[in-house]
Design a protein around this ligand. Structure first.
Ligand code: NCD
Length: 330
């Protein structure tokens, strides 16, 4: 008999059924996502960018928080897998008329949707939905509060692997507003599971939560010192919409200490790459010329995001299909 794993993301055979966070996933599953995405990156380079893996399936994008690139790349990923896609703006849907989230979900289930891609301002929302959804529906977390943004972290890992190869050789700096960043949290889990040589978190003291220091990372408050020998620099947006109170010095002071400028980039390894999950704020955390420069892979991250999301969706759907094939034969 197989014991049901405590991790709600996995089915009873240890396959990825929901994609809610990187925490708790094995290196094997993370590599399965990266390897599957490498296959889909080839599809995205073809004249006809479609494969039939999700034909006949319906994917509903449930975005309670605004998003451009994440929602759009999820939509393109689902369409390139031949799924039908519903985009539901939850800010104008019935939940804003007082219907509970669970009632909205029951209605979408009644329309025979197969997968919900969820973005929500509250940490834990995707997990709550996964716990309450019908067994045949897959949940993909597209960002919940400051908790987790697992597909962003996976597309970042894909980008790093593509440009830099073996994680065990790499020094990676994650810079900026770590406190409010679901992206940074997911990246730290992914990088440590993949065995990165060094993870450096760089931020003002007010924007670095104490618990992050226990994740096997090195903490720096001096950006220049942190850049010595780094292979990958990941810049984060200042998440002002999530800040309460005065956590920041003035914008000029922040840029002077934590902005990635051309002069600062020269302190990193000669072939270091520059990443950012977007949206970028030029002149706030990154100089425009650096964001557009030849070391920047920011737009490649967006392109790879489609292949990575195709990988996650197809892996999750195939876990559910294998389970239902097994139960219909028993
Ligand atoms: C990130 C997010 O929403 O958490 N962006 C994204 O998904 N591309 C980062 C951010 O908003 O700064």
């Amino acid at each position: 008999m197989i014991n049901k794993p405590a991790n709600i993301q996995l089915d009873e055979h240890g396959r990825l059924k929901h994609f809610l966070s990187i925490e708790g996933l094995s290196r094997e599953i993370i590599n399965q996502i990266l390897d599957t995405a490498a296959g889909f990156a080839g599809v995205n380079d073809k004249a006809i960018k479609k494969v039939p893996l999700l034909r006949g399936k319906t994917v509903a994008n449930l975005f309670f928080e605004t998003s451009t690139r994440t929602r759009t790349t999820f939509e393109l990923a689902a369409k390139r897998l031949s799924a039908d896609v519903l985009n539901i703006n939850m800010n104008t849907s019935s939940t804003s008329k007082g219907e509970t989230l669970l009632d909205t979900l029951r209605n979408l289930e009644a329309m025979q949707c197969d997968m919900f891609v969820v973005r929500h301002q509250d940490s834990g929302a995707a997990h709550f939905i996964a716990e309450n959804v019908a067994p045949h529906v897959n949940i993909i977390n597209a960002g919940d509060g400051r908790h987790s943004h697992p597909t962003q972290a996976m597309l970042d890992m894909f980008t790093i692997r593509h440009f830099k190869g073996d994680f065990e050789k790499l020094r990676i700096a994650i810079v900026g507003d770590i406190s409010h960043s679901r992206v940074a949290r997911s990246q730290v889990h992914a990088l440590s599971t993949l065995g990165a040589r060094e993870i450096r978190l760089v931020s003002p003291k007010t924007l670095l939560p104490a618990e992050m220091a226990s994740f096997g990372v090195e903490v720096f408050h001096d950006f220049d010192a942190a850049l010595d020998g780094v292979d990958v620099i990941i810049m984060l947006r200042l998440q002002k919409e999530r800040m309460r109170g005065a956590l920041l010095p003035s914008a000029d002071e922040y840029y002077a200490r934590y902005g990635l400028t051309t002069e600062r980039l020269a302190l990193a390894a000669d072939d270091a790459i520059v990443m950012h999950p977007g949206p970028t704020n030029r002149g706030v955390e990154i100089e425009g010329i650096v964001a557009d420069g030849h070391r920047s892979v920011i737009l490649q991250q967006v392109t790879f995001g489609i292949a990575v999301r195709m990988a996650v969706m197809s892996i999750a759907i195939s876990a559910t299909e294998q389970s239902s094939a097994r139960s219909s034969h028993s």
